[in-house]
Design a protein around this ligand. Sequence first.
Ligand code: ATP
Ligand code: MG
Length: 429
Amino acid sequence: MSKSLQAIRGMNDILPEQTPLWRYLEGTVARLLDNYGYKQIRMPIVEFTELFKRSIGEVTDIVEKEMYTFEDRNGDSLTLRPEGTAACVRAVLEHGLTGAGQPQKLWYIGPMFRHERPQKGRYRQFHQIGLEVFNIDGPDIDAELIVLTWRLWGLLGIRDAVKLELNSLGTSESRGRYKVALVEYLSAHLDKLDEDSQRRLKTNPLRVLDTKNADTQAVLVNAPKMADYLDDESRIHFEGLKARLDAAGIPFVINTKLVRGLDYYSKTVFEWVTDKLGAQGTVCAGGRYDGLVEQMGGKPTTGVGFAMGIERLILLLETLEQVPEEISRQVDVYLCAFGEAAELAALALSEKVRDQLPNLRLQVNAGAGSFKSQFKKADKSGALYALILGDDELAQQVIGFKPLRGQGEQQNIAFDALAAHLATCVVQG
Ligand code: ATP
Ligand code: MG
């Protein structure tokens, strides 16, 4: 195929054989968030470039080198959203959703775009489910975010494969003091730092902490620790969070090097990581961003949130073989009809059945075909039962009912009794 007719590198089609797993995951999350009282918000995929520069920060990987930015026909600089928080905050401000200190518990789902090097678990279009809470400033809500993700891992059967890492970045004042100490220490070891870290030391020194370079990591062993610079408020907040996680029985490890890639975090930061996916091990990441709304022109409004990467969760479900078998079966009953008269009767009958059993997954054969070919299609569809309607059945106003997976005998069912009969043998979601 010519290059122009291929998908863009790092942007994947999600094929019909994969969508059942996506829908299962998305449905599980949506139900869970409903149950915890979160409301969905949907933002545009494109925003003014300035929004991301202002909120994410100029000196971040995303803004420096990962954004899909272009000029539209008006000459405005637009960007495909690389993450959801900025647009969510923009929407909240634009529509006054947090006016007068009103709390909001919001979530969103959708594609994000970053020009990164595509590899397993890392794509240029990827999908996130994100959650943002505004105007609730205590550790109770930080804990709730973590508790509900823990419940999600339980529902998905991946709890044993993920680990919670936790840190506190303090308030911007305490982080400022820590930064000074860190820069002083690292500057004394400048020659041992990798090139990237030397650059970051000047632009965004905290980011040196999450370097992957072994030499720099060795230097960091004796670096000042953020925990020693925490202000009282942040320390009490962090203790409150840890106590709640203990109360909920959620294991965690403190990772003092956890700083997160974005500029806007304060106090709590956390990541759920797995060692089952190679280098792309973070499946969910988030934290508190109490200064962001004000930085974006709003009234002081606290915020906390996270985003999880759907592709990585899907990979994890597959790797751990936690894909529920029943999700791939999308047909309950397959109806075969032979000849024009039977086809007409089948259409009328199937619509009547759908009226009575709105959740029944009933596939009616299209494209005619011999008994053998229709039956083959019925079997291949994964249906539990085939319905068979030919001239003989039609004359008696009955339909053949044949179990395809070895549960019971074939029998004829009267048209009038079909819906009731199906209701007894098909579990309807
Ligand atoms: P990483 O360190 O892996 O690059 P990040 O810190 O840039 O992640 P966030 O911006 O916090 O990621 O996004 C939240 C989650 O979204 C990540 O934990 C990950 O699961 C997912 N994610 C981020 N970037 C990608 C990508 N390019 N492809 C697939 N998933 C991604
Ligand atoms: Mg990244």
